[in-house]
Design a protein around this ligand. Structure first.
Ligand code: MN
Ligand code: MN
Length: 312
């Protein structure tokens, strides 16, 4: 038996598929962000008037982006992921420092709760913000993907702990934590080859524990940055359609916080269907530097997760 066979009980082709799904999730996040930024803060009616159906990566939007440019959702994910690589784990002080360094680059957009958390860290040197019932924004969830990749062989207990370590640098709220943790659980399940039905079990588990997340009633349009509405619209789109393109088009045409619903739906769809399922026109339009950074980081985190498996 050569040493590489010790890495995992998965076969080589299963490992290849797993890596394809992990890269798919990271590219999916960036594509959802770039596609949705065009319709961020628009209503569905405004979108219909201006675009009919918004289906191309064309930039613009309130941030006046170049086609293929991404926003804070992708940039904060890359900052978080690099801190996990540098520290071989999710270390809250390092995460807060990475976000602080990112804010110094004068990002094109930044959420209010994120800004407040970073300022809190700079002034107090405490990487953990106080818990706050009003901080149930989606800002910690939108950037959480690197935690799922690094911990794709860990238990849900470890995953939840790591999730809180990164989330609480800016958002410390029970409802937001629960939503983010379930998204991470769904991502890990998808990486490991589970189908959409078993992912929906996780969504149902969330609804059971936090009924405000129920997503089987009215169609959520114009979803706000409140994580409950964000995830309701993501779940509705994700569980209605069976391919990457339809899921993304559905969710970004609801407007509202469309870059973030796009980012979260994109990571889930990419994790489920793999990089090969991403439409080539979208893949080609994504900013080349962002694409390279996402792929490289996805692979680095994946290799680190395999090493974690040997150590444990
Ligand atoms: Mn954004
Ligand atoms: Mn947003």
């Amino acid at each position: 038996m050569n040493s590489s066979e010790n890495y995992s009980s998965m076969s080589l082709s299963e490992q290849t598929n797993k890596q394809d799904r992990i890269i798919g999730a990271y590219i999916g996040l960036a594509i959802g962000d770039a596609l949705g930024a065009t319709t961020e803060f628009m209503t569905p009616n405004e979108i219909i008037h201006q675009y009919g159906i918004h289906r191309n990566i064309i930039g613009g939007g309130w941030l006046r982006l170049k086609p293929g440019q991404v926003t804070d959702d992708t940039e904060m994910s890359l900052a978080l992921g690099q801190s996990i690589i540098d520290n071989q784990g999710v270390v809250s002080t390092a995460v807060a420092q990475a976000f602080s360094d990112w804010m110094r680059t004068k990002p094109i957009d930044i959420g209010n709760t994120v800004r407040r958390g970073i300022v809190h860290y700079r002034t107090s040197e405490n990487p953990v913000v106080n818990d706050n019932k009003y901080d149930a924004g989606n800002g910690a969830c939108m950037r959480a993907l690197p935690v799922a990749i690094f911990h794709c062989n860990s238990s849900f207990k470890i995953l939840k702990k790591a999730s809180k370590s990164q989330s609480h640098t800016t958002h410390n709220n029970t409802v937001a934590d629960a939503g983010t943790e379930i998204i991470l659980k769904m991502l890990v399940s998808a990486f490991n080859g589970q189908d959409k039905n078993s992912l929906e079990k996780s969504a149902h588990e969330l609804v059971k524990n936090f009924p405000e997340y129920r997503y089987d009633k009215r169609k959520i349009e114009n979803p706000s940055g409140w994580i409950v509405e964000t995830l309701q619209s993501v779940f509705q789109a994700f569980f209605t359609h069976n391919n990457f393109e339809d899921i993304l088009i559905d969710v970004v045409n609801r407007g509202g916080d469309a870059d973030t619903t796009g980012a979260i739906a994109g990571m889930l769809a990419g994790a489920c269907f793999g990089k090969k399922a991403i439409p080539i026109e979208w893949y080609n339009k994504l900013d080349a530097n962002v694409k390279d950074a996402c792929i490289k980081q996805a692979i680095d985190l994946f290799l680190l997760s395999e090493r974690e498996l040997i150590i444990s």
